[in-house]
Design a protein around this ligand. Structure first.
Ligand code: SF4
Length: 325
């Protein structure tokens, strides 16, 4: 199905604190089809989590503010809907898997009750037996024996807790999952299992997914589409084969690849991207990557626009300024 499930148009988000205003997302546009997987890549502070929280309408109240743009999810204008309607969509149409399972589970509720709670909210007509059966099925689906449903989160290992979080996110079979670094808090062996599990469930239920990560290896294994974010804006968007095929790459994406150790090369020192992500409290006129870019020229004082360098592959950089023409 090639129809659009999610469309983000020119999204800008600010956090207003007593000390300063943080410009977290700046004019982000991207889209996702039904059943598609998008890897949202970038270093800390790139605006990845803020983008997900904006889709869910879960920005911290009184601090986080969408100042511009539009988010359309499954035909719903998310930023214009009344809170009540958004609550109906959360869990049912869109779910989020948070980074740290330890802090996303309720420590004084059994895991079975936590899965059941989501089901009950969205399926008021289900009988007690039907709810219990659905909880059992979901636990088995994520690889936890259903007879452990009356246990509390502290009785499970980190990997199992994350499975419960995934079960809660998927139990209502949402059309979109926002997985915010779902494997970061887990050790490497469990990470691979968890990604396999999310992928498997996502294919089985035809759920679309935005996978937030800073790990390009994870994206290569799991995603069809990739958006690279830097300092609150997308600098490159394309199909996975565009990004990993590497015919044209944004200098920042190239820098991320250069920083990955290569198994077939004896490298005494890994390459890094010199410098730091710009101060998010300062509005930047030109290219946000300019201070760290080895190709920067006078032209980069002007903000580059997104250019389609090949079909479905977009780059925001003056180096590719004339490709479209
Ligand atoms: Fe580098 Fe200029 Fe391209 Fe920015 S626009 S990434 S500074 S070459």
């Amino acid at each position: 199905m090639a129809e659009k499930l999610l469309e983000i148009e020119n999204l800008s988000v600010e956090y207003n604190t007593e000390i300063a205003t943080v410009y977290a997302v700046n004019g982000l546009s991207l889209s996702l089809n039904y059943g598609e997987t998008l890897g949202l890549v970038g270093e800390t502070g790139a605006g990845k989590t803020t983008t997900c929280l904006s889709i869910m309408r879960l920005l911290p109240e009184g601090i986080g503010d969408v100042t511009e743009g539009k988010i359309t999810l499954d035909g719903n204008d998310m930023l214009a809907l009344p809170e009540e309607k958004v609550r109906e969509l959360r869990g049912n149409t869109v779910s989020m898997i948070f980074q740290d399972p330890m802090s996303s589970l309720n420590p004084v509720m059994t895991v079975g009750d936590q899965i059941k709670e989501v089901l009950k909210i969205h399926n008021r007509s289900m009988s007690k037996d039907e709810l219990d059966k659905a909880v059992d099925n979901m636990m088995e689906l994520v690889g936890i024996p259903a007879n452990r449903k009356n246990e509390y989160p502290h009785e499970f290992s980190g990997g199992m807790k994350q499975r419960i979080v995934i079960a809660i996110a998927l139990v209502c079979e949402p059309k979109l999952i926002l997985a915010d670094e779902p494997t970061t808090a887990l050790d490497v062996t469990i990470q691979a299992q968890m990604l396999g599990l999310i992928n498997d469930l996502q294919k089985r239920l035809n759920t679309a997914m935005i996978l937030v990560t800073h790990d390009l290896g994870v994206v290569a294994q799991t995603c069809e589409k990739v958006a690279v974010m830097y300092a609150g804006e997308a600098v490159e968007i394309g199909q996975a084969e565009h990004i990993f095929g590497g015919k044209y790459l944004h200098p920042y994406t190239q820098g991320l690849f250069n920083a990955i150790p290569k198994l077939d090369e004896d490298t005494p020192r890994l390459e890094t991207i010199e410098g730091m992500i710009p101060d998010p409290t300062v509005k930047i006129e030109g290219c946000r990557f300019a201070d760290r870019c080895r190709h920067a020229t006078e032209a980069c004082r002007k903000a580059p626009r997104m250019v389609e360098v090949e079909k479905g592959h977009y780059i925001r950089c003056h180096l590719f300024g004339n490709k479209r023409e």
